[in-house]
Design a protein around this ligand. Structure first.
Ligand SMILES: NC(=O)c1ccc[n+]([C@@H]2O[C@H](COP(=O)([O-])OP(=O)(O)OC[C@H]3O[C@@H](n4cnc5c(N)ncnc54)[C@H](O)[C@@H]3O)[C@@H](O)[C@H]2O)c1
Length: 256
């Protein structure tokens, strides 16, 4: 019999984009708890704050790195710094993304390109920088963060630009999975349903959030840590035959 499956992340260090809040923060903490040191990447003036404290609390190790996923040189530098501080990169989660809406008829080209720059180009540039160090070593596991909005057009929301950007993430994932499988790199997507991140905790969206919960068979939103579990699974050797998958983690939202 072969060895039992392992959910541990013991093959090297990890990098998570958009780790300063919400899903990315939970993913960084869950990865640390599963055994890998984590480079927590975010834009702006990110100093690691809450994320590094939470990693500490689970007995893990992390560093904060500032980089904008839209900038290929910044992402290459982030990967280089992650490897210099934490050792060879084995795992990466390309989570940084922005929500956006607006009626399609009035949407400006600038707004369309702003959303795609982070949600699609940023995911591609992150994966490219990561794969460039993983491929020479013949091992890597990458997870992208899509959305239910890449599968369905959210009832009552006008957000063609966001929805199509997230569909692009899922197909980019399949394309990279096929291209990099011969090099030992697995690439999978996790597509969350409505999740209780700061975006959905604002008092002004309380009514909308109640409707999101009602439209979900499980009648609630996800806690960010409930998205992190499936991400850790797909990174781990327990998912060694999974590549190009798009795992819906949505409390059943897309069932009906
Ligand atoms: N919250 C939800 O209900 C939900 C549902 C489905 C999918 N998602 C997706 O999950 C991901 C995380 O969402 P969240 O709700 O945790 O959002 P959030 O706003 O709490 O976190 C987004 C993170 O991405 C970072 N970021 C944004 N643009 C960046 C850039 N250009 N470069 C580097 N970092 C950047 C932010 O600084 C932050 O750390 C996004 O891709 C989002 O589309 C969220």
């Amino acid at each position: 019999m072969t060895a039992p499956v392992s959910f541990a992340l013991a093959r090297g260090s990890a990098l998570v984009t958009g780790a300063s809040s919400g899903i990315g923060q939970a993913v960084a903490v869950a990865i640390a708890a599963a055994g890998a040191a984590v480079a927590c990447v975010s834009r702006g003036t990110f100093d690691g704050g809450e994320t590094l404290a939470a990693i500490d609390a689970v007995g893990g190790h992390g560093v904060a790195i500032t980089a904008d996923v839209r900038d290929p040189e910044a992402m290459a530098a982030a990967v280089a710094r992650a490897e210099a501080e934490l050792g060879p990169l084995a795992y990466a989660v390309n989570n940084a993304g922005i929500g956006a809406g607006g009626a399609a008829l009035n949407l400006s080209r600038a707004e369309w390109e702003r959303v795609y720059a982070t949600n699609v180009t940023g995911v591609f540039l992150s994966a490219q920088a990561e794969a460039r160090v993983m491929i020479p070593r013949g091992f890597g596991a990458i997870v992208t963060i899509g959305s239910i909005s890449g599968h369905i057009a959210n009832r009552g929301l006008r957000q063609a630009v966001y929805n199509s950007s997230k569909a692009a993430v899922a197909h980019l994932t399949r394309s990279l999975a096929a291209e990099w499988a011969p090099h030992g790199i697995r690439v999978n997507c996790v597509s969350p349903g409505y999740t209780l991140t700061p975006m959905n905790r604002r008092p002004e969206v309380a009514d909308e959030v109640e409707r999101f919960a009602d439209e979900t068979p499980m009648k609630r939103l996800a806690d960010p840590m409930e998205i992190a579990g499936p991400v850790v699974f797909l990174l781990s050797d327990a998912a060694s035959f999974c590549t190009g998958a798009d795992l819906l983690v949505d409390g059943g939202f897309t069932c009906w």
